[in-house]
Design a protein around this ligand. Structure first.
Ligand code: F6P
Length: 327
């Protein structure tokens, strides 16, 4: 394979996601397979600006496939949003003979990458790494499956105590712009209601449903709320329910950052390995300014501007399914 690329830089940027380490491992080892060096820059774009990096060889990435978080650390770089910051970053890449970059992250990461390519003409491929699953151009993002399983385990536990006490739990999960975690975990846990940012929340519908549930003497209820839901989050929902249904004994649980940690699931490890190796292959074939993803089992490339701007469509049929199944 003919290529001018001798050294690839890697960053993890934005919110961390389980499977990022598996991806760093895959990139490093695929690069070695192609006689290419890899430098891992620390704390996302900040590492490029501060020239803070480590050389990655095979041993540096051993025993990390199963670890959550990211060995390269991560950040949302404010400095990289400035021209001056990006100039410093480019200067450091040149100084270290870095020919191309692989950026693992989400929306913000790819927005920065796209601007950087246009200004300095450096090849970059993005890998979707976010628990939110909100990127167009891939069926799943790295970290989503693990986060989903974390939520399911937590909600199953809440269901145990909810049934014992005959309580209603309002559970808030992550997703400031997207309801993928809430929707799928809601189906998987048999939630009585699921509230997501992609659809308008009509609180009266929910209150009516709770009245029906009460008359059916349901032993417990779980309402799953994505943090970005337009009604304003779990506490607001709990208040509204309490006001109209004082008979319900209500508790609120905000799962928070527990959803971002933990050992990646088998699916996330495999996805991260395929995307990491694929990104190296595509860089060597001259691709850039794209995010790599997997759709229907195939590796696909999506231009950054589409991955960021197009909405990953949520399957609202699942909301209906949740309604039908939670009678
Ligand atoms: O990783 C994405 C995400 O989990 C969002 O769902 C959430 O709103 C956000 O990150 C919170 O991240 P942080 O606390 O790091 O700002």
């Amino acid at each position: 394979m003919q290529t001018k690329i001798k050294t690839i830089g890697i960053i993890t940027s934005g919110g961390d996601a389980p499977g990022m380490n598996a991806c760093i491992r895959a990139i490093t080892r695929s690069a070695i397979h192609n006689n290419i060096n890899t430098l891992g820059f620390k704390r996302g774009y900040n590492g490029l600006i501060e020239n803070d990096f480590i050389e990655l060889n095979s041993k540096d990435v051993s025993n990390i496939i199963q670890r959550g978080g990211t060995i390269l650390k991560t950040a949302r770089s404010e400095q990289f949003k400035t021209k001056e910051g990006r100039e410093k970053a480019f200067h450091n890449l040149q100084k270290n003979n870095v020919d191309a970059l692989i950026a693992i992250g989400g929306d913000g990461t790819f927005t920065g990458a796209s601007i950087f390519i246009k200004e300095f003409n450096i090849p970059i491929i993005g890998i979707p790494g976010t628990i939110d699953n909100d990127l167009y151009g891939t069926d799943y993002t790295i970290g989503y499956d693990t986060a989903l399983n974390t939520v399911v385990q937590a909600v199953d536990k809440l269901r145990d105590t909810a049934s014992s006490h005959g309580r209603l739990f309002v559970v808030e999960v992550m997703g400031k712009d997207a309801g993928f975690i809430a929707l799928r975990s809601g189906i998987a846990t048999g939630a009585e209601a699921i509230l997501i940012p992609e659809t308008t929340t009509y609180i009266n519908h929910l209150l009516q449903k709770l009245s029906q549930d009460k008359s059916k003497k349901k032993p417990s209820s779980i309402i799953l709320v994505a943090e970005g839901d337009d009604f304003g989050g779990a506490y607001k929902v709990a208040e509204a329910v309490k006001e109209s249904h004082p008979e319900y004994d209500i508790r609120v649980t905000v799962l928070g950052h527990i959803q971002r940690g933990g050992s990646p699931s088998a699916s996330d490890r495999v996805l991260a390995s395929q995307l990491g190796a694929g990104a190296v292959e595509f860089l060597l074939r001259g691709e850039e300014d794209v995010m790599i993803g997997i759709i229907n089992k195939d590796l696909v490339l999506t231009p950054f501007n589409q991955a960021i701007k197009h909405n990953q469509k949520i399957n609202t049929n699942l909301l209906e399914l949740a309604d039908i199944l939670s009678i």
